[in-house]
Design a binder for this molecule. Structure first.
Ligand SMILES: [Zn+2]
Length: 124
């Protein structure tokens, strides 16, 4: 399953970025998933739920934000959303294949749950 291997790779990326001492505190991993990335956000979230127990963050949840396709027109410097797959600039009519958003699959944020350690006591 495509999404399961992606979920494992996301967990591996987070494991590289987070200090091992904080693995247990990872609560939510946020991702941006482009509409042209070939990934279904809901399927990726579900796949992460399946593989999470096998990762260093068994209680973590993946939350995906879908990113719409945006195209940049080199001719007139406009940015636009293609309509019905038509990659022509609505301002000047020039065709453009310069996709500036919608292809990504990015981990954007890792949220930690509040540390459940003992409250800090004043030191004398
Ligand atoms: Zn244009």
């Amino acid at each position: 399953m495509h999404e399961a291997s992606l979920a494992q790779r996301i967990a591996a990326s987070v494991a590289e970025a987070v200090e091992p001492a904080r693995f247990a505190d990872v609560a939510t991993i946020h991702c941006r998933v482009g509409e042209l990335s070939g990934v279904q956000p809901m399927l990726l979230e579900a796949a992460f739920g399946v593989v999470a127990p096998l990762t260093p963050f068994p209680a973590a949840r993946l939350v995906c934000e879908s990113v719409a396709v945006a195209v940049h027109c080199v001719a007139c410097d406009a940015s636009f959303a293609p309509v019905l797959g038509r990659y022509a600039c609505p301002r000047c009519g020039a065709p453009s294949a310069r996709i500036v958003a919608g292809l990504e699959l990015l981990v954007t944020q890792v949220a930690f749950r509040a540390a459940a350690t003992s409250p800090t006591s004043p030191t004398s």
